[in-house]
Design a protein. Structure first.
Length: 214
């Protein structure tokens, strides 16, 4: 898998990853509010989605009105991400903003690779084409066992969430495997922790990472 781009703008590109129900959306919102309170401009995005094209692809991927082959599924995720980089992520970084993304390339390597069975080297080639190697400089992985995660879902399940427990176990193991690889800047956090103490850990790490003193 690609490692963070040498582009200095990518220092301000951060991601939050984890299985369904781990609390990514909550932590993204808390972090956005905190950084804006410190006077920083923040662009918050989700993957897939975040652009008109991406939102259509997200609906196709998660609502599944038609059957989608696993390779086609991976390529649709990459297509959404390519548009997200072009329309949202790269312009925001060039404006000097902090970009926070709810999922990014790591999820594709885990869901379609580790859990789905696609070749990781092939996914790496497609990922580089989609993003031009643009990767977050820091990733927070919210780790949560699948039993606890399943009890946290309050909205109707999408296609990915309806997959068998064994698939979600493989997703969790895939995230943890990727987090152990060298040169990767992934902080694994226990998502069973209450949201506010967990948020403080994330915010403190982000402030240190970006040199925010206040």
């Amino acid at each position: 898998m690609n490692f963070p781009s040498p582009d200095p703008d990518c220092l301000r590109f951060l991601s939050i990853e984890g299985g369904d129900g781990a609390g990514k959306t909550t932590q993204i919102q808390l972090l956005t509010t905190a950084l804006e309170g410190l006077g920083r401009k923040v662009t918050k995005v989700r993957d897939p989605g975040g652009t008109p094209l991406g939102d259509r692809l997200r609906s196709l991927l998660l609502d599944r009105p038609v059957a989608i082959d696993l390779r086609a599924e991976a390529l649709l995720f990459f297509a959404s991400r390519a548009q997200l980089v072009s329309e949202q992520i790269r312009p925001a970084l060039q404006r000097g903003e902090i970009v926070l993304t709810d999922r990014y390339t790591l999820s594709t390597f885990v869901y379609q690779g580790h859990a789905g069975g696609l070749n990781l080297a092939e996914l790496d080639l497609a990922s580089n084409l989609a993003t031009s190697g643009m990767e977050p400089s820091l990733c927070f992985l919210l780790d949560l066992d699948t039993n606890t995660a399943s009890t946290r879902r309050v909205r109707p399940e999408d296609h990915m969430e309806r997959l068998p427990r064994t698939f979600h176990d493989a997703v969790r193991n895939g995230f943890l495997t990727e987090a152990q690889k060298p040169k990767r800047n992934i902080l694994v956090l226990d998502a069973r922790e209450d949201p506010l103490p967990l948020h403080k850990k994330i915010l403190d790490r982000v402030k240190a990472h970006l040199g925010i003193l206040s």
